[in-house]
Design a protein around this ligand. Structure first.
Ligand SMILES: [Zn+2]
Length: 348
């Protein structure tokens, strides 16, 4: 299979897309195969995605007992999908793989943690996941867990004792710390301990739109000081008021660029399309456990302006309309993230 001709002059790196939720559910519950090839490849191609980061996010129904098992099922899904579709997808486990993907027609896939629920307190298990090619770690989702407080918690307690040791271990292993979803206190605790790379894979700017999931100016500056990148998040309630669109995302990009420089802006789209496909978002509230409902993973919201990754070029066009140069827009779409990953993935 060859690439369609690119419509626009960019390649994209999406630092956050819940594709594995859909893939894993279809494979392990519905016994489907070739999910990436059948259901996701065309959209990724149309959005000109070259590298997709795949978070391992553990649904509430599996926590805590089933977390490790679900995480391994995610990895198994990826391994089996790649067996079936090695002509069009490739796994990225290190900088060498990154170069190979960039020199090929294939789409590169990389794992990350969105919350360390799979390993709970056992931070020595980080090395196991690193060995599986997972180098990017977010400590929490919105809620608190054994290591840290997420952004909707309000006890101002930050990292736990184990959490601080986990970040020390991440530093020792050279893993990337993803601060998206952390509470403000957790953010500062973690960034102080982490000696390795830091990023916010999918967060916007509080200065444009206030949300607990967005970053304030001091946080943005701290990330930039450490050479970090910030992936723009397309979840409508983190972008702006209702009716918000790609132009508003360009405002977030401009705001961060004015504060610290455009080189720190990237894409962490977080298209909810994947969760809708997985049957986990935007409906059937009566079937969802109460904790999940409170957690907001089943919120219904208008995602019509950001329907799927196939529309990703809309961001590129919005950036150009917002007076970014072509070079700057290309940087945001993929080149800034590529540089960051090249610098921070293990060589081999
Ligand atoms: Zn998220």
């Amino acid at each position: 299979m060859t690439n369609e001709k690119k419509q626009h002059d960019y390649f994209a790196i999406d630092l956050h897309g819940d594709i594995l939720s859909d893939v894993s559910k279809r494979r392990h519950i519905q016994e489907e195969t070739e999910v990436l090839k059948r259901l996701h490849y065309a959209n990724l191609q149309k959005g000109q995605v070259k590298i997709q980061v795949l978070p391992i996010f553990i649904e509430y129904a599996y926590q805590p007992e089933g977390s490790l098992r679900q995480s391994i099922l995610y990895v198994a899904s990826l391994i089996h999908e790649l067996d079936e579709s090695s002509d069009i997808f490739m796994r990225i486990k290190n900088a060498e793989d990154l170069d190979k993907v960039m020199a090929s027609d294939k789409i590169g896939l990389m794992l990350s943690f969105e919350g360390v629920e799979p390993i709970a307190r056992d931070f020595e298990l980080l090395a196991v996941f690193q060995d599986l090619g997972l180098h990017m770690v977010g400590l929490t989702w919105n809620w608190a867990n054994a290591v840290a407080e997420g952004c909707v918690e309000d006890s101002n307690s930050g990292l736990t004792f184990i959490g601080r040791n986990m970040v020390k271990e991440m530093s020792r292993l050279g893993m990337m710390l993803d601060v998206s979803h952390l509470s403000v206190k957790s953010f500062w605790d973690a960034i102080e301990i982490q000696t390795g790379p830091v990023l916010a894979s999918h967060s916007n700017a509080q200065g444009v739109y206030k949300s607990a999931r967005n970053l304030d100016d001091d946080q943005i500056k701290a990330l930039a000081d450490r050479g970090g990148i910030i992936g723009l998040n397309f979840i409508p309630k983190f972008v702006g008021p209702s009716g918000t669109d790609y132009n508003k995302l360009a405002e977030h990009a401009a705001y961060i660029a004015n504060l610290v420089g455009i080189q720190h802006v990237a894409v962490g789209a977080d298209y909810v399309d994947y969760l809708i496909r997985a049957g986990r978002y935007g409906g059937k509230l009566q079937n969802v456990p109460t904790t999940q409902r409170i957690a907001g993973t089943s919120d219904q919201e208008d995602t019509s302006k950001f329907p799927s990754v196939s529309e990703l070029s809309e961001l590129y066009l919005a950036l150009l309309r917002h007076d970014f140069s072509q070079e700057e827009a290309k940087g945001v779409m993929g080149e800034h993230a590529l540089k960051f990953l090249k610098e921070n993935l293990p060589k081999k």
